[in-house]
Design a protein. Structure first.
Length: 210
């Protein structure tokens, strides 16, 4: 199976960082990927995100941007830039990330909660993968080859339309505390409704650190 990886160069972050994105549907080995995360297998240092909680590219890349900014300033609150991406998806001010080993998750309920909500789980069917390379290491080809070998699923483009189609709105509304926003359902234009939802989610993430 071949794997085509999208490379994104974010504005306002050091040029030495390159973001690699991939989306997989109908993933058949989520349990294996979850196990690699828990065992801290360095070969699987990715942000493995359950696609059901991502509503758009802006939503995803907002978390990535914040994580890379923290990494470049050496102020990460989690073990690495990839765990920071997952952590940054959280909207709760009560979540704090002070552990330095993923193996300590069982004793760190707050970071474990972020992974339970936003990270890959044994039940994940659709998966978003982010890999941040620094100074070309690893290369795009190496990332693509590794994912093609180790992720059992159908790769699809990381477009807004595809991400919206795999989002679970019940989860999104619950995790970002959007329940009760009846006015959102009254927006008849689907594109406008999606944009409003995106802004609410990104806003909730931005407010987390305040």
């Amino acid at each position: 199976m071949s794997s085509e990886i999208e490379v994104v160069q974010l504005d306002h972050v050091p040029s030495r960082y390159a973001v690699h994105l991939a989306v997989f549907q109908d993933v058949g080995n989520a349990e294996f990927l979850h196990k690699q995360l828990l065992s801290r297998n360095a070969e699987f240092e990715y942000a493995f995100i359950d696609a059901s909680v991502i509503v758009s590219r802006l939503h995803l890349l907002s978390a990535v941007f914040k994580a890379i900014t923290s990494a470049s300033n050496e102020v990460l609150k989690t073990p690495n830039v990839h765990s920071e991406i997952v952590a940054n998806l959280a909207a709760s001010n009560n979540v704090r990330y002070h552990v330095h080993e993923l193996s300590q998750m069982a004793n760190a309920p707050q970071i474990a909660e972020a992974y339970r909500r936003y990270g890959v789980s044994t039940a994940t069917k659709n998966l978003v993968v982010v890999k941040v390379a620094e100074n070309g290491n690893p290369s795009t080809e190496q990332i693509a080859e590794h994912l093609a070998k180790n992720v059992e699923g159908t790769q699809v483009p990381a477009t807004d339309e595809k991400l919206a189609s795999t989002a679970d709105m019940s989860k999104v509304f619950k995790y970002y505390k959007l329940n009760g926003l009846n006015w959102l359902d009254k927006i008849k234009d689907h594109g406008a409704e999606q944009k409003e939802l995106e802004m609410l989610v990104v806003g909730a993430m931005a407010l987390r650190g305040l």
